[in-house]
Design a protein around this ligand. Structure first.
Ligand SMILES: Cc1cc2nc3c(=O)[nH]c(=O)nc-3n(C[C@H](O)[C@H](O)[C@H](O)COP(=O)(O)OP(=O)(O)OC[C@H]3O[C@@H](n4cnc5c(N)ncnc54)[C@H](O)[C@@H]3O)c2cc1C
Ligand code: FES
Length: 333
């Protein structure tokens, strides 16, 4: 099928070189780059490329839940998949896990921790605004075991990444022992949602403000050392947490999966930015993962690689914060 020539006129707006643009055009240039173009009511010759934020909910000062209109992603997403988004046309590309997807409404849910420039910029968007790109679903879907006793370990925002996997494990007839850990009570997320899927739910906080005081590995050690017959562990969270879980479960001989948050750029295996070493072999986290056998991962290498751009990230974050402070000052003066 021949598509009308489209020319980019300004961020998120495209003009058709036809007299009568179709009502809705599905532009499928590449398999992973599909756009839904919706006619602009004010100017029928223009179509708007829309990844609209339909809902925005603040979970905690740094965590936000977004429901986004991305029908092609929603239609194909599976547990473990992620998207690469750009907030605006000149923005950085960042990977985010698809926490929920609903093909009927054509929406996906992302839960995002605002920790640097791009995630903080995203937090300034409101419901009704849109993202420049939502590319996906990317990555390999999670290997879901069935009819077993499994442990699901979520650390910080990793709990949001674990949620679709826990749902699929529950559906496959597994018995879930879930441990959610965070630094403080405010950072515990999806407590009720995870409880609904779990045979038992254990909360741990570093400061003891909720649940047991201590780390997720303390609770996991008790589970594995007790009478449970856990055969598989799924752990998602900060790299030091996943490394500690891997070291613990290796001693018990328990199969363990982790999701690696390597630095990603294209998400399609072309740039090499997400290189990780698994069992002595080089893999790309974006296409070969992001989930891998935890006992094969070279955690020290990925932790070192993730620090490569720290100086630039801090600089960029500082400039963004200063810009926000200036804008706020101007708005009030
Ligand atoms: C497969 C995958 C799924 C993810 N899912 C989620 C999620 O659901 N919710 C969430 O809050 N975060 C998720 N992340 C992490 C998220 O991508 C980073 O927090 C985000 O890129 C930070 O960007 P920034 O500009 O705000 O912060 P920066 O200050 O630029 O970076 C802060 C830290 O984030 C990491 N980071 C920065 N840029 C990238 C990048 N392009 N790719 C990967 N990591 C990067 C680095 O470790 C860096 O030190 C995921 C990461 C991966 C790889
Ligand atoms: S992000 Fe470029 S190869 Fe994986």
């Amino acid at each position: 099928m021949l598509f009308p020539r489209i020319e980019k006129t300004q961020p998120c707006e495209w003009e058709f070189d036809t007299r009568e643009p179709p009502k809705i055009v599905i532009f499928e240039g590449f398999d992973y780059a599909r756009f839904l173009l919706i006619p602009n009511e004010d100017n029928p010759k223009r179509c708007i490329l829309e990844y609209r934020i339909l809902e925005k909910q603040t979970i905690s000062p740094t965590l936000t839940r977004y429901r986004i209109h991305a029908p092609f992603v929603a239609r194909k997403a599976q547990p473990g998949n992620f998207v690469i988004i750009r907030v605006n046309d000149s923005g950085e590309r960042i990977p985010l896990t698809i926490c929920e997807s609903d093909p009927a409404s054509g929406t996906v849910v992302l839960i995002v921790q605002a920790i640097g420039k791009t995630t903080k910029l995203m937090a300034t968007l409101c419901a009704g605004g849109s993202l420049a790109d939502v590319v996906g679903p990317l990555g390999k879907p999670t290997e879901i075991v069935s009819d077993q006793s499994v442990a699901c370990i979520g650390g910080g925002v990793g709990t949001a990444e674990l949620y679709p996997i826990a749902k699929a494990l529950y559906k496959a007839g597994n018995r879930l022992s879930t441990i959610i850990g965070a630094r403080t009570k405010e950072l515990i997320i999806l407590r009720e949602e995870m409880a609904a899927l779990s045979h038992e739910l254990i909360i741990t906080t570093d400061d003891g403000s909720a649940g047991r005081t201590g780390l997720v590995t303390d609770a996991l050690r008790n589970l594995l050392g007790g009478s449970s017959d856990i055969s598989t562990v799924y752990a998602i969270g900060p790299l030091p947490m996943m490394k500690a879980v891997a070291e613990l479960t290796r001693g018990f001989g328990t199969k363990t999966f982790v999701s690696l948050n390597a630095v990603m750029v294209d998400g399609t295996g072309m740039c090499g930015g997400c290189r990780v070493t698994i069992g002595g072999t080089m893999k790309f986290a974006c296409v070969d993962g992001p989930e891998f056998d935890a006992h094969q991962v070279d955690f020290d290498e990925i932790m070192l690689r993730n620090r490569t751009y720290r100086e630039m990230e801090l600089l960029s974050d500082g400039l963004f914060e200063r810009g926000q402070a200036c804008a706020a000052q101007e708005a009030t003066s």
